[in-house]
Design a protein around this ligand. Structure first.
Ligand SMILES: NC(=O)c1ccc[n+]([C@@H]2O[C@H](COP(=O)([O-])OP(=O)(O)OC[C@H]3O[C@@H](n4cnc5c(N)ncnc54)[C@H](OP(=O)(O)O)[C@@H]3O)[C@@H](O)[C@H]2O)c1
Length: 281
């Protein structure tokens, strides 16, 4: 049976990916901080040697974009050194690795969708550490899939859609940034693409795996409220109204070569599914 080791198994992506892999008949080893710290090379090597996976999906990361601006050493240790550890260990054992990366490797100054080979130039520290992780994977393990995703939401983590639904219950008006554009991506769609790559084994390389189409945070919020049937005033504002420690790219739309459906179709499925989960809990 094909065995997949998932790092960051308890995270938002891992929480959807692991059960989906099992449903497809794969054996799964769920690695996370408690049983395989990716920054501890001796521990990581011992676990991977013992488990002997056929593929590794490396989804563990330091994901707090704003805090990375001040917790720089920790962000580097997890996103750069941790990825380098994964790259070297998997390369030594001939294991293909999926590395989950981000649209924040781009500076957002373009006005047409970014392609995988477009020049990178991160404008925040998190983006730089994720790019360094990509570089380490490329340098050390030729059997790699780098999947850049963006604006990720899913049932197993804190995310924009749930934050907005909560805020709509607490406020009469939502003021939402309308001058940053990107591609909302449901974790389940990203997991579906990972599984299809494990089955079909297309060429190794860098892929953009995000929802098709694009919107602003304001447009995303409007669609969330429409699909969740929530009535609240939503006002578009500029990024200047919400200064954040980390800069965000104004335009991080990626060309996904049709790997995922339209973001609005996925969002509808997500809202239906999260409503069912809320009803049954
Ligand atoms: N969320 C987004 O909007 C977004 C957008 C683009 C790309 N991505 C990328 O997509 C991937 C998955 O993101 P996500 O939202 O699922 O992240 P997440 O929910 O923050 O999950 C990351 C997981 O990694 C674990 N982890 C942290 N440090 C570790 C270490 N040293 N060793 C082992 N595990 C460690 C975390 O454990 P603790 O919680 O205990 O720290 C957590 O379970 C990441 O690579 C992220 O950079 C995310």
């Amino acid at each position: 049976m094909t065995k997949i080791l998932v790092t960051g198994a308890k995270g938002m992506l891992g929480g959807d990916l692991c059960p989906m892999l099992k449903d497809e008949g794969f054996e799964v080893f769920e690695a996370d901080l408690h049983n395989m710290d990716i920054t501890d090379v001796t521990m990581a090597k011992a676990v991977i040697n013992a488990e002997k996976p056929d593929f590794i999906v490396h989804a563990a990361a330091y994901t707090d974009v704003d805090r990375a601006e001040t917790e720089k050493d920790r962000a580097v240790l997890i996103n750069k050194t941790g990825s380098e550890n994964m790259a070297k260990i998997t390369a030594g054992l001939g294991i293909p690795v999926f590395c989950i990366s981000t649209d924040y490797v781009f500076d957002g100054t373009e006005n047409s969708p970014y392609k995988p080979d477009d020049p990178v130039n991160p404008i925040n520290f998190y983006g730089q550490t994720k790019l360094d992780g990509e570089i380490a994977i490329k340098e050390h393990n030729p059997r790699h899939y780098i999947f850049r995703t963006s604006w990720l939401y899913g049932i197993h983590g804190r995310n924009f859609a749930e934050t907005m639904i909560r805020l709509a219950g607490e406020n009469n008006e939502l003021r939402v940034v309308d001058d940053q554009k990107g591609c909302p991506t449901w974790t389940v769609e990203l997991a579906r693409v990972i599984i299809s790559f494990i089955k079909d084994r297309p060429a190794y390389g860098t892929y953009h795996v995000c929802g098709s189409g694009s919107t602003s945070w304001y447009g995303f919020t409007r669609k969330i409220m429409e699909l969740a049937d929530i009535s609240v005033k939503i006002t578009p504002v500029s990024s200047e109204e919400f200064p954040r420690p980390a800069k965000r790219p104004a335009y991080s739309v990626m060309d996904n070569a049709n790997l995922c459906p339209d973001w609005q179709v996925s969002l509808k499925e997500y809202i239906n599914r999260r409503n069912m989960v809320k009803l049954s809990s």
